[in-house]
Unconditional design. Structure first.
Length: 184
């Protein structure tokens, strides 16, 4: 009888030791590699658009380049909108990723940093044209990234979040195309 109790006690200890309560290992709270790649790429693009927007506010032309829904559009005003909108989205992405056990990069990828450095070196009309062109390219890439995630991502919450952001990103793309066209 003593041996039986000892065996039961040992079995209970083993069962308790094997029970993993770590939520980060819970499949419901972790992201697939594909979803993590989306998070990394979305964060990289968002940080780039904020940092480039900050440069546009500092160095861009404040002269109205055209009109969009009754609002004047200048390099500075577009840059300000990028800083505001993408800072908010970046924070949402960071919070969502952290809840899922993932993290966002703290700095730009080498490719995005190189683009930002070349933009930073430009001035005047060359800066305005380069910024507008980069924003068109960046938003084309971002819209495609978010559409792919919305269609084929693995995590339902992340898919839904990406889908919800697409209309605003498409609007940014349209505005950046108008800005680029007005500068030409």
């Amino acid at each position: 009888m003593k041996k039986m109790r000892l065996l039961l006690f040992a079995a209970m200890l083993i069962a308790v030791a094997c029970d993993d309560d770590d939520d980060q290992n819970d499949p419901g709270n972790s992201l697939s590699n594909a979803d993590k790649i989306f998070v990394t790429n979305a964060a990289d693009g968002g940080m780039f658009e904020v940092k480039a927007g900050e440069l546009a506010v500092a160095k861009g032309d404040s002269t109205s380049m055209g009109f969009m829904h009754g609002d004047s559009l200048s390099v500075k005003s577009f840059g300000r909108m990028m800083v505001t909108d993408h800072s908010k989205v970046n924070e949402e992405l960071k919070n969502l990723a952290e809840r899922k056990g993932a993290s966002v990069p703290g700095s730009l990828s080498a490719a995005k940093q190189q683009k930002l450095d070349s933009l930073s070196a430009a001035n005047g009309a060359a800066f305005n044209a380069m910024y507008a062109k980069m924003m068109v390219s960046s938003h084309q890439e971002t819209v495609q990234l978010f559409q792919t995630q919305a269609a084929s991502g693995n995590d339902g919450e992340l898919k839904s979040w990406a889908a919800d952001k697409i209309p605003a990103l498409q609007h940014h793309l349209e505005m950046s195309q108008m800005l680029r066209d007005s500068i030409r």
